[in-house]
Design a protein around this ligand. Structure first.
Ligand SMILES: Cc1cc2nc3c(=O)[nH]c(=O)nc-3n(C[C@H](O)[C@H](O)[C@H](O)COP(=O)(O)OP(=O)(O)OC[C@H]3O[C@@H](n4cnc5c(N)ncnc54)[C@H](O)[C@@H]3O)c2cc1C
Ligand code: SF4
Length: 472
């Protein structure tokens, strides 16, 4: 611990809140909601760290950032040094500082949590990464001599980006193949700009480009090249599959094909990636309406509802078949949605969509639910209440019920063993698939999870790819 402050003095400092835009102002734009710590606040927050001899926070981080190490550098005012320290293990600090559920990870196991409140590790991480970006002084690490090995990464979400960063720093040539026209995966097409600005993602991807990673966008693996093509004809020595879980789930109820019924992925992609909020300046339109119904209560539902609000819709309501207590979203996200005037209706589920003669949505018929016995997830099962149907008017309905994986890789590479849902089976200790030289990680091996878990699996796979290449 730095000699400057005693433990007692550190414990006296309260956790510093994150300054945020006011709700009335922020619903009129896509500008980022949290404003970030100032230098003074970041140092003050870093001073709360006790520099524990056995830092439990590191155990809670899937990519094992040296948390006390970077907090000590922040306390000393060496912000660029702190950025380097984080980047030793995490190449996406500005992203993780914004979107990681730290309250369930490093901060959940911070020594202060038991009696006080945890160090705001994520907020300081974000500060450090933003400071480095604003300074324009991001240093590139020295790379080892080229090995001559070539690694193909399929998918440019957090899992693929992590593997690319690890492999390029081992001296291999790395090509990332991405189906969309822009790299970043869910970071770019799913998470809205008011939570994760595009310049933050671009900066982190530019860093990889500067290290020498090649990005090939608009290439669908399984169409243009198969995995075998990459290994045999294209001359790659190893392949990492990080294609995520981007296939939306529907309920298969009447009316799902009406205009105005979207999956959250389509709705968010139209706005985030295609600029539908600026139509007709951009080509992609989006159905707008007085009332929008969002179905589901996870983080994706909150993102869709808050995006809908920013399209000018006054009445946006989230409908969920359980209660607020079972809602799978982060507490912070529900809090932000509530502040922005999003309504919530619990214990209800849609049974059909109603439309007009032109095929546009006009309303949703719901049925009330009550909670029964716990199901296999441990949560109480929602049970329909007889004769409780009711109709609410809506011009737009958005399904946010979770995701399945895209079957294209499994269909075109039958020697890669998957579950019947298309999840690629791997050895979880190595990320090795059933096909030699092919590794996988991220949502494609878990189903929808989190950025940092995808990155953690990317790291595991990168270690195994390194071992595989070294032992060839
Ligand atoms: C709306 C939304 C909000 C979220 N918010 C958060 C959050 O706040 N915090 C958090 O931790 N997690 C959040 N998540 C979850 C998180 O984003 C994912 O767990 C994470 O992005 C998974 O990373 P990945 O690399 O496995 O895949 P993805 O990010 O899904 O990236 C996969 C990439 O592979 C590409 N691809 C797919 N198939 C092919 C192919 N055949 N050929 C070439 N490319 C292909 C896709 O186009 C995509 O770009 C959110 C998810 C969504 C949908
Ligand atoms: S557990 Fe908390 S107090 Fe201890 S080193 Fe980690 S961040 Fe600092």
């Amino acid at each position: 611990m730095s000699a400057a402050l005693s433990k007692k003095e550190r414990l006296k400092i309260s956790r510093n809140p994150m300054p945020e835009q006011e709700p009335e102002k922020r619903v009129c734009s896509f500008d980022e909601v949290p404003l970030g710590y100032s230098i003074e606040t970041a140092i003050l927050e870093a001073q709360r760290c006790l520099q524990c001899p056995v830092p439990t926070c590191i155990e809670g981080c899937p990519v094992r950032i040296d948390i006390p190490g970077f907090l000590a550098l922040v306390e000393q005012g060496d912000f660029l040094g702190a950025a380097q320290k984080i980047k030793e293990t995490n190449i996406l600090p500005a992203i993780c500082g914004r979107v990681c559920p730290q309250e369930e990870q490093c901060e959940a196991v911070c020594a202060l949590t038991k009696k006080y409140t945890s160090v705001a590790i994520g907020r300081v991480e974000r500060f450090v990464a933003d400071y480095e970006r604003a300074s324009g002084a991001s240093e590139l690490p020295e790379l080892p001599p080229k090995t001559g090995y070539r690694v193909a990464v399929v998918g440019s979400g957090p899992a693929g980006l992590t593997v690319a960063g690890e492999m390029i720093r081992k001296g291999h040539d790395v090509t990332v193949f991405e189906a969309l026209h822009r790299p970043g995966g869910v970071l770019v097409y799913g998470i809205p700009r008011f939570r994760l600005p595009i310049e933050v993602i671009d900066h982190e991807i530019d860093y990889l480009k500067k290290l020498g990673v090649e990005f090939r966008c608009n290439v669908v693996i399984g169409r243009l090249y198969s995995i075998d093509d990459l290994l045999k004809e294209e001359g790659y020595h190893a392949v990492f599959i990080g294609t995520g879980a981007g296939h939306p789930r529907f309920l298969n109820i009447p009316g799902e094909n009406l205009n105005g019924v979207y999956s959250a992925n389509e709705f968010l992609t139209r706005v985030n990636l295609m600029g539908a909020n600026k139509f007709p300046e951009f080509d992609t339109p989006i159905v707008r309406g007085e009332r929008i119904a969002v179905i589901g209560a996870g983080d994706t539902a909150m993102d869709a509802a808050r995006t809908a609000r920013r399209l000018g819709t006054r009445q946006v309501t989230i409908y969920y078949r359980r209660t607020a207590a079972e809602a799978p979203c982060r507490v912070e996200e529900m809090h932000h949605a509530t502040e922005e005037g999003i309504g919530f209706e619990w214990l209800t589920s849609p049974v059909r969509f109603l439309g007009n003669e032109r095929g546009f949505l006009t309303g949703v018929e719901f049925q009330r639910m009550e909670l029964g016995q716990p199901d296999e997830s441990g949560r109480r099962r929602p049970v329909p209440v007889a004769d409780s149907n009711y109709v609410v008017p809506a011009q737009v309905a958005i399904f946010a019920l979770g995701f399945n994986v895209n079957p294209i890789i499994a269909e075109t590479s039958p020697d890669i063993i998957t579950t019947k849902e298309g999840i690629i089976k791997v050895d979880t200790k190595t990320g090795q698939t059933s096909k030699p030289g092919v590794f996988a990680g991220g949502d494609i091996i878990t189903g929808g999870a989190t950025v940092i878990l995808a990155m953690g699996q990317g790291k595991i796979a990168a270690r195994s790819i390194q071992e595989y290449l070294t032992n060839r």
